[in-house]
Design a binder for this molecule. Sequence first.
Ligand code: NAD
Length: 360
Amino acid sequence: MNYKIALIRGDGIGPEVVEQAVRVLDTVGKNFGHTYAYTDVLLGGCATDAVGKSYPDGTADKCKACDAVLLGAVGGPKWGSDRPAEERPETALLAIRKDLGLYANLRPAVLRPALTDACPLKPEIAEAGIDLMMVRELTGGVYFGKRARYDTADSGVECSDLMAYSEREIERIGRRAFALARLRRKKVTSVDKANVLETSRLWREVLHRLAQEYSDVAYEDMLVDNCAMQLVRNPGQFDVVVTENMFGDILSDEASMITGSIGLLPSASIGNSAPGLYEPIHGSAPDIAGQDKANPIATILSVAMMFRYSFQRAEEADAIESAVDRVLAESFHTADMAGSGTPIGTKQMGALICEQITKK
Ligand code: NAD
């Protein structure tokens, strides 16, 4: 196959980790007979420096002409909150997700076998294994609702942020979660706050309808406060966890912490038709940029997700994931990860993973 891939290298460590992910793409290409047409797309602080806007005109169209988008990371102190909105990298991230219609954010939280010791939970919990997929609604809810700030007569300034969800928005993310569960261990946990919020009560109604349709998938409701607790008490119980935007933002960070280093965790944002966006969950790590210290594994595993979810190529995805596991099993680690001996650099980690893909 020939795949068209947009590369958003971004800021800080972004270009370094994308470089290693491209090596992995090329290695998979050689081993499985694929070729690629890469399109470099400027976005983030580097775009502000080059053209005065973090989200240059035509960015979405360039991405839409591709089969998938790979993003390193954007942002840094140079483009802080004192800048106008159009110069800030965060503005570009929100804009691209919206323009590509990416309403589902998939974040696997997997405790890789060689890293059980890095799990901050009790050994007996870590040894039981963690392999869950957090599915977060990405374009609705309180982050996108109407905001207001006004003066009151007797309480000073008052603000409000509106949380709104439609049946359509809930149904499409719900369907994604059930479809994913069918590819995994066939269990969906839907997380809400239905004892308090009206949006959660609608969420539950829609999810219950879907649960009847996908009757081969086990289903349960869980309140968000309980889910926060269960993630550290017994994370092994979860397969697919689906939830609204803000709950997902918080719970997915919690889930990532129980699996060890931030440098290991990939993510995918997908919509119905436009290309999916694949990126590590970490930021641009300006403190280590340009020093060959960044862990490229999260970006490399994002490429595995690209093969699995955009290209429907499970074999290539498995090859990348198992190459990463084999390198980690040999105790190779970057500076952000626990491990004995001298940490290796970004480039060497990329090279070792490519070597393992070729060996297999
Ligand atoms: P960060 O994720 O960049 O860094 C947090 C800590 O983790 C730092 O100590 C960093 O060195 C370390 N770290 C992160 N990724 C690593 C990797 N791959 N290998 C080794 N160590 C790694 O978060 P931050 O410091 O809060 O944010 C820095 C910048 O990144 C900010 O401008 C922020 O807005 C931006 N950001 C961007 C994204 C994105 O592009 N999607 C996401 C989060 C933060």
